[in-house]
Structures are given as structure tokens and as C-alpha cells.
Design a protein. Structure first.
Ligand SMILES: Nc1ncnc2c1ncn2[C@@H]1O[C@H](COP(=O)(O)OP(=O)(O)OP(=O)(O)O)[C@@H](O)[C@H]1O
Ligand SMILES: [Mg+2]
Lengths: 269, 359
């Protein structure tokens, strides 16, 4: 437990985190996937969540998003202990997740997708004008220039444009924390750049962002701090300024790098 | 950094160009919309038959007859448009209609009127109460069969084609058992179909008026209500609908119940119009309704649906049939013509989809 004290002494950012997990655990049957993980996310900052395949990244964000509850540990949001047992409760807190497979309705247009499940009504029928206006405002607020019309069907959009729509949908609802699971995994160079710029703007607009990525370029370019999971333990969460690509890779592959990370004893666990 | 910026700008330009491309001129857009193509086709048919059979096809009386003939199928087709919009299908339309007729008739048989039962009163002595009782009976029948379909499809995950094939057979069997295979006649509901609530408009009998009202309700529900939006969303991507918190199973159940109610209501109208139940009839109503929906541009793959298209799709086969008889062409040609038009309509839908998908 002295590992934890060590981190508390050097947090990645001085401000109070928006989201703070301490010692969360999750098991599936006999398999301990998360073994006491700490994670912080700050408003206005991009937190990169990295780790090898199977380290537990998706499991961790599903717990945050309320897909399932954690088995143990504490979940603090805006300084208050929070009970998040369902996606709805997470949404109510202001937490939105953009999953890797996006899941948009191809046959519906951008507006319909952004408002799906939370449609604006007037007199009992759909208020298309209001929804269109708010969709345009949201996209404008994110400086999105790539969508010609919000009345285009999703089926006519490129991968990057779809990702943009999914992200815009996530920020439409006064969200405070947006979690993105590998948003650039399927994109080419230019579209990756576009989406990373968008991720940066989310943080610059004051949102807390957690970005899962396997791409060290993405992480170095856009993240303010890096949280590295190693076999279900948080190896370290430190400011990006203290790291370089090689050290992140070391944290991912061996759980430690120089004076940061798990102790030899913990790695062996 | 400037290189990435350049690449970014290039991508922005490319995306903008693609977006521009996806937005053709107004006219091309209209022609490319399936509904305009089918509407144009219907207009050509109407015009051609009017020219080929002057004074016979284009008359008010003939067009009224046509409108009367399609009204009942229109009601069932509007309901089934919602089912098909979810990428489902309802083959049980005939049993919904026939059970609707039978339940309506049974309801009339339970009500006493004078010395006899409501089912035996002549058209001019009927009462609103009798009509409402028959309507309630028909809707109960539709509700039950729709709910069974919905539970089978949404909760038991039985493919819609098989689930509704099951209720098609079972429903017809129940109708035959109740009626012991014998039809029953009644004139008590005639005013519902043949009367004119709004006099003075040529062709606007009550049956036609009711058909129109159902179309308007269906239009608003599909295109301007949350219910319709969620129906299309589920047909487009069930997973996406689930992720945003839609209760997919419950919604599918509602859609099949709606389809069942439309069929039961069509049965009520059928009893009113034909003055008899028809336990051996309506056998191809499911195929006719599906044909109408597909002709109108609703995609059998779900997610794309149009009520106005369905209305046009109901008319095309009816006009072909009626027109061929009038101009003296063997009406069997109608079946061949409808078959060809249907395949062409679905084929053009496929082409459109393929050209739309960039991914
Ligand atoms: N529902 C489940 N039941 C059993 N084991 C599970 C379940 N979900 C995840 N696991 C296991 O938990 C471990 C962590 O999985 P997780 O998906 O969180 O990894 P990840 O870090 O997201 O990996 P990747 O980079 O490949 O996406 C894996 O060993 C996985 O097999
Ligand atoms: Mg994962």
C-alpha cells in the first residue's frame, strides 16, 4: 500500500479530479480482472488509458459506465461517493461512452442519431427544427467542418465522420465525462488527426476525457496524463510531460519504468 | 505539424466534396426517391387506362369502386409497414382479418336487439352500440394475434417469418373452429362502409374516408412521432437502439400489436363492406399487403419505410387489375405485371442501397 502513498504524493494534476476511483476490483468467476485499480480524470484534461490486450481497460470503463458494478473499491464523482449500477445512472451523472463499434443507425440521418432515445418534442410530435438546430450548434461548438449537412444519412458518411457524429452525440447532453474506446483504431492518417483534434477540443471545452488507445503517437499528441494498466493493476498514472513513448511502452509491457510503476514484488503478483 | 494540417485540410475538402456529391440536384433527388418513381408509375397507369378506355376507366363511379376495393387492404398495409420497418414480416394478416370478422360477428350475436340478435338487424335499424361492440370484438381479435406475434418475435426470438406463419395457420384454425366452418351474414355494420358521413364529395364513402384517416394516422405515427422514429431505428440497427437505452423487445411487441390491431380493424371493415364473414377467404391478403409495402419503397431489410409509398403501392395492382378488365386484356396478365413491377422495385431499392453505402 505504500505504492498508493507514492502516487498521492505526485498526482498528475493538482486540481481535484472529477472522477476518482480507489482500489476498484472486478472478477468474472474465478478470474480477477481488476485487482484494486486507482484512476482519476480531471475536467479539461485528456487521460489516456493504456495497457496491453486483456489488461482490463474495457472492463474498467464498463464499470465506470455502469454496464456492471465494481465488486469493491470506491467510486467518487464530483467529490461525492456515487452509486453507478446502470448506464442510465451514469448518463444522469453526465458520463457518456463512445464504444469502439459506434453503433449508429445507418438509415437515419445525423440529427436522428444524435437525438435517438432523447428526441425533442413539440405538441406530441418530433420537433425536427429544434433538434436540427441543436445538432448544428453542438457540431459548431466542436468546430466540426466536415459534415455538409446534418440531414445526411449515416450510411453516406466516412469512418471519421461517423466517429465525429458519435462523439458529438456524447457531448450533446451536458456531459461532464466522455470516455472513448479506441476512437481512431479504424481510421486513416488524416481522419485520425481530425478525431484527435476533436478529442482535444472536448477537453479544451472543459470536459473530462478518458481515451483508450493502443497508439503511442495518439497518446503523446493529445493526452495530458497517462494511466497504464498492467494485468489488472494500475502501474502508474502520471503527467505526459514526465513520459516518452519508450517509457509508456515499458509501463505497458512490464508494469514499471525506472522509478515509476509497480514494485518488483507487485509485478510478480 | 504543417504536413498533418495539410493532410487534414485535404481530408476536410474530400469529405465536403463527398457530401456535395451525396446531394444531387432537386430534380434528380426527386426521381431518385423511390416514392416519386412509383407515384410517376401510378400516374402513367391512370393516364394510359383513361386514354385507352375513354368514358369507362376515368369515371367517378369506377374510381370510387377502385377506392372502395383498396380501402381494406390499405388499412392492413399501413399496419404492416411498421412491422416491415423493423425488418420484420407479418404473414398472419389473413388470420388477423378473418378473426376480426369472426369476433365482430360473435359480438353481434351476443347482443339482443328486439326479438332477435343484433347480427340480424337490417342496415337501417342498426345502432352505434352494435357497431362499437363489433368493433371491440374485432380489435380484441387483432390485439391477441398481434400480441402473440410480438411475444414470439421479440421475447422468444423466433424469426418473424416462422412466428407469423405459425399464427397464420393457428388463427385460421381458431376462426374455422369458432364458426364450425360456416360463414355468417350481417347487415348491421353496412352503414360503416357504404354510408357517407361527409356528403357531397364524390367517391368519399365512409369506407374510403376511414382508409384515408388510417393513412394519415399512420403517416404521423411513422414519420413524426417518437414511436415511428424508434421503429425505424430498431429496423436500422437493433444494437444501436439498445445502446441508447431503447427497450427493443417492448417496442417490437408494440409494433406487432399495432400490426395485429390494423388487421383486426380491416376484418371489421371487411365484415361491414361484404356483409358476411369469409373464413375461407383473404388467403393472399398477406402477400398483397407485403407487395404494396415493397412497391411503395419500404425496405424489407428494415430502417426505411414510407406510408405514402404504401398507399401508392396498394393502388398499382388494383389499377392494373381494374384497367385490364376494362380494356379487355385477360386479367391474369395483372398477376404477371405486378410480379415484374415488384421485382423491379425491390431491385432498384437494392441498387440505391449499394450506391449509398460508403463503408
Ligand atoms: N464478461 C467476462 N467474463 C469473463 N472474463 C472476462 C469478461 N470480460 C472480460 N474478461 C476478461 O478480462 C480480461 C480483461 O479484459 P478487457 O476486455 O477489459 O481487456 P482490455 O484491456 O480492454 O483489452 P483489449 O486491449 O484487447 O481491448 C481479459 O482476460 C478478458 O478475458
Ligand atoms: Mg478493450
Amino acid at each position: 500500500m505504500d505504492r498508493e502513498d507514492e502516487f498521492m504524493a505526485t498526482p498528475a494534476h493538482p486540481e481535484t479530479p472529477l472522477l476518482s476511483l480507489r482500489g476498484v476490483t472486478k472478477s468474472f468467476g474465478a478470474v480477477d480482472v481488476l485487482k484494486g485499480v486507482d484512476l482519476d480524470a480531471w475536467s479539461g484534461k485528456v487521460t489516456a488509458l493504456v495497457g496491453d490486450n486483456g489488461a482490463g481497460k474495457s472492463t474498467l470503463i464498463k464499470g465506470i459506465a455502469g454496464i456492471y458494478g465494481f465488486d469493491g473499491g470506491t467510486y467518487t464523482f464530483e467529490g461525492q461517493p456515487a452509486q453507478v449500477a446502470s448506464p442510465k445512472q451514469a448518463n444522469d451523472l453526465g458520463i457518456e461512452v463512445v464504444y469502439q463499434d459506434l453503433a449508429l443507425c445507418d438509415n437515419l440521418d445525423v440529427v436522428a442519431n444524435m437525438f435517438l432515445g432523447r428526441e425533442a418534442l413539440s405538441g406530441g410530435t418530433l420537433d425536427e427544427a429544434t433538434m436540427e438546430q441543436r445538432a448544428n450548434e453542438t457540431l459548431k461548438g466542436l468546430s466540426v467542418r466536415t459534415l455538409k449537412s446534418v440531414r445526411q444519412n449515416i450510411s453516406s458518411l466516412s469512418g471519421g465522420q461517423r466517429q465525429t457524429v458519435a462523439i458529438a452525440r456524447a457531448v450533446l447532453w451536458n456531459s461532464k465525462l466522455v470516455i472513448l474506446d479506441e476512437p481512431t483504431a479504424a481510421l486513416g492518417v488524416a481522419q485520425t488527426e481530425q478525431v484527435l483534434n476533436l478529442v482535444r477540443r472536448l477537453a479544451d471545452n472543459g470536459l473530462a476525457v478518458i481515451l483508450i488507445s493502443h497508439n503511442m503517437n495518439d497518446v503523446m499528441q493529445v493526452a495530458d496524463n497517462v494511466a497504464a494498466l498492467y494485468l489488472g493493476q494500475m502501474a502508474a498514472q502520471v503527467s505526459t510531460a514526465q513520459l516518452d513513448r519508450a517509457r509508456i511502452v515499458e509501463l505497458i509491457t512490464s508494469g514499471r519504468s525506472g522509478d515509476i510503476g509497480l514494485s518488483a514484488k507487485e509485478v510478480a503478483l | 505539424m504543417s504536413e498533418t494540417t495539410k493532410a487534414l485540410d485535404a481530408q476536410v475538402a474530400a469529405d465536403a466534396a463527398a457530401a456535395e456529391e451525396a446531394r444531387p440536384s432537386r430534380l434528380r433527388q426527386l426521381v431518385a426517391t423511390p416514392i416519386m418513381a412509383t407515384l410517376a408509375f401510378l400516374a402513367v397507369l391512370l393516364l394510359a387506362f383513361s386514354i385507352l378506355a375513354p368514358g369507362k376507366f376515368g369515371t367517378t363511379s369506377n374510381l370510387t369502386l377502385l377506392a372502395q376495393n383498396v380501402a381494406i387492404l390499405t388499412v392492413a398495409s399501413v399496419g404492416t409497414t411498421f412491422v416491415i420497418a423493423t425488418a420484420g414480416i407479418d404473414l398472419s394478416i389473413p388470420s388477423g382479418i378473418i378473426l376480426g370478422e369472426v369476433f365482430a360477428a360473435q359480438a353481434l350475436m351476443m347482443i339482443s336487439a328486439g326479438d332477435g340478435k343484433a347480427i340480424d338487424v337490417p342496415a337501417d335499424q342498426t345502432r352505434a352500440g352494435y357497431v362499437l361492440a363489433a368493433l371491440a370484438g374485432a380489435l380484441v381479435a387483432g390485439l391477441v394475434i398481434g400480441a402473440v406475434n410480438g411475444v414470439l418475435v421479440a421475447y422468444m426470438r423466433i424469426p418473424p417469418m416462422l412466428a407469423t406463419l405459425g399464427t397464420l395457420g393457428a388463427g385460421l384454425g381458431v376462426a374455422l373452429l369458432i364458426r364450425k366452418g360456416v360463414n355468417v351474414a350481417t347487415y348491421a355494420l353496412n352503414p360503416v362502409a357504404t354510408g357517407t358521413l361527409i356528403p357531397g364529395v364524390p367517391g368519399l364513402t365512409n369506407l374510403v374516408l376511414i382508409g384515408l384517416i388510417v393513412v394519415v394516422i399512420g403517416y404521423v405515427a411513422l414519420h413524426h412521432s417518437v414511436f415511428g422514429r424508434h421503429t425505424l431505428a430498431i429496423g436500422s440497427s437493433e444494437e444501436a437502439a439498445r445502446r441508447v437505452g431503447l427497450r427493443v423487445e417492448r417496442h417490437l411487441l408494440k409494433v406487432y400489436v399495432l400490426g395485429g390491431l390494423a388487421n383486426g380493424f380491416a376484418g371489421f371493415l371487411s365484415l361491414a363492406y361484404f356483409s358476411t364473414t369469409s373464413v375461407g377467404g383473404h388467403t393472399t391478403d398477406n402477400l398483397q399487403a407485403i407487395t404494396a409495402v415493397a412497391l411503395g419503397g419500404t425496405s424489407l431489410f428494415g430502417g426505411v419505410a414510407t406510408i405514402l409509398g404504401t398507399l401508392i403501392g396498394v393502388w398499382i395492382p388494383a389499377v392494373l387489375q381494374n384497367g385490364f378488365i376494362i380494356i379487355g386484356v385477360n386479367p391474369y396478365w395483372q398477376m404477371i405485371a405486378v410480379g415484374i413491377v415488384l421485382v423491379l422495385a425491390v431491385w432498384s431499392d437494392q441498387l440505391r442501397r449499394r450506391s449509398q453505402n460508403r463503408r
